[in-house]
Design a protein around this ligand. Structure first.
Ligand SMILES: NC(=O)c1ccc[n+]([C@@H]2O[C@H](COP(=O)([O-])OP(=O)(O)OC[C@H]3O[C@@H](n4cnc5c(N)ncnc54)[C@H](O)[C@@H]3O)[C@@H](O)[C@H]2O)c1
Length: 303
């Protein structure tokens, strides 16, 4: 059976593709016909140092398998250079996979500005810089796919990862607005929260499970989200170990108080169960839907 998800005339940038999940994504895009910019700074998992070898190795692997790829050794914080690299090598950009990342885990009590700032810079500023530099090209050609890499540590929180969680959920916030702004130019923007056995998770995940959480089990979703076949935008998908699920916001129906008469903290306490009751929960898809119950409350208590 012939493949439908193909990238024969497409150019894909994968950041942080010198190892782990990014390497798996880059190899899979190439296998599906994409010309790939393999970006990696080649530093440590804590964001120290740099080396060209990580990206170069993956480019060599792709070429050995008959694919097309070039290396990019810049930091994602120099996103314009990575995009220029893609234009110089292949003349266009169709897909941006923001994957590069580091960890500087510390409890909040021990958090230092340098750990906070570096995690912000690589994950958030880096993804911003690469995507911002690619954006005009995607708009101009009326086509683009952007994927951000979030994390369950951002969605749910995780001890010792206040900096990382902040950055990762920030990327989902970026996803939501870019999905709105990109829609009219056929630029679809989605986020993944992956779990994979990589140097980032080595020692954190039990060895027997680590083995099974192969990075290449995350890539089929990323490649699909990067394809023309995918018509969804604004999504957040948890993925790993051969499983994929979609995440959405849920909010209780809430409790209403008289906006003109005002209300007290005791009134809030009296309604606490209703405020927290998810029995008839709603799932707002946008700002307008989110404000529906609030607006209805204004109508409920006419002046
Ligand atoms: N592995 C997991 O279970 C997991 C879970 C949630 C989120 N993530 C996210 O997935 C992404 C990939 O992580 P991984 O597990 O493959 O880790 P990894 O350390 O194997 O890969 C990250 C890559 O990013 C590169 N990188 C770091 N800083 C860079 C910079 N400034 N510019 C360019 N490249 C840079 C690194 O050199 C490395 O090759 C990260 O964003 C990570 O936060 C991973």
């Amino acid at each position: 059976m012939s493949e439908t998800v193909r990238f024969d005339d497409k150019v894909v940038i994968v950041t942080g593709a010198g190892g782990g999940l990014g390497r798996a994504h880059a190899l899979q895009f190439a296998r599906h016909g994409a010309r790939v910019v393999v970006n990696d700074l080649g530093g440590s998992a804590h964001g120290e140092g740099a080396s060209a070898s990580a990206a170069d190795r993956v480019v060599a692997e792709i070429r050995e398998q008959g694919g097309q790829a070039v290396a990019s050794h810049d930091s994602v914080t120099d996103g314009d250079k990575i995009v220029q690299n893609a234009l110089d090598a292949f003349g266009r950009i169709d897909v941006v996979v923001n994957n590069a990342g580091i960890l500087r885990d510390k409890s909040f009590a021990k958090m230092e500005d340098a750990d906070w700032d570096l995690v912000y810079r690589v994950h958030v500023e880096g993804a911003y810089k690469v995507t911002r530099a690619a954006w005009p090209h995607l708009r101009e050609q009326n086509y683009g796919r952007v994927i951000f890499t979030s994390s369950t540590s951002g969605i749910y929180g995780n001890f010792g990862q206040s900096n990382y969680g902040m950055a990762k959920l920030g990327l989902y916030g970026l996803t939501r607005t870019l999905a709105i702004e990109g829609r009219k130019n056929n630029i679809l923007v989605n986020a993944i929260a992956p779990t994979g056995g990589t140097r980032m998770t080595e020692g954190l995940i039990p060895a027997s499970v680590f083995e099974l959480l192969k990075p290449e089990l995350v890539s089929p979703l990323v490649v699909y989200l990067g394809s023309e076949q995918c018509q969804d935008t604004s999504g957040l998908y948890e993925v790993g170990g051969g499983w994929i699920g979609k995440v959405r916001w849920e909010r209780s129906l809430g409790a209403g108080f008289d906006p003109r008469a005002g209300f007290t903290p005791d009134d809030v306490a009296a309604q606490w169960q209703t405020i927290s009751d998810f029995e008839d929960a709603v799932h707002p898809g946008d700002n307008v839907e989110a404000l529906k119950e609030m607006m209805a409350n204004l109508q409920k208590f006419p002046g």
